[in-house]
Design a protein. Sequence first.
Length: 209
Amino acid sequence: MNGGSVAHLHGAWSTLKGTNADASVVYRLSDASSGRSAAFARIGDNLLHLLNDDKRLAIGNASWSYTLSRTSALRRDVPSEAAVARKAAGVFEGRTPCQELARELGVSTRDDCVKLKWRLTLLEDPATGTPTTYKLEGTLYRDRPLIGRWSMARDGHTNRIVYRLDLERSATLSFVNADDNILFFLDSNGAYRVGNDAFSYTLNRSGGA
């Protein structure tokens, strides 16, 4: 915060009802001495995301997100139900862990690769709002941006709208749009991908989009 200031909070925490279908549970941490507090939305069982004062998910940038990932005793969580699809067109950026996702996508990386940079542009038909094409840039596609089709589909188990990118060699990438500014990566089972103590699987809408 503020270029490097450190805040220490010590006190009690409480559970509140969230206002977002994808973040229906909120944990508020209250500092006993200063009265300051911080609130985090629970995303599934393994992710927490910082909330702004207006109770919306905090938006990161191309380097950092506001998602915390469970780092021990991981459980594969199933996304909660979402009622409707949200407008997803725009530019989203972020950094994720490297090895697992690169391996699943069939892209070779250096053994010492620890992070992947992403820049995802989603386009839609201006008249109908239906998905059209995407452009995927970043560490895995530095020499040649990947361009293809993307789609929205309703998950039959969770009733959630999932955004899917058709990649090369029949590979796919799937996301849930938690609100208009945040994308969470999903794995092949439809569960939230869980990051580590350095990087999450979160993309943030670019401020320059």
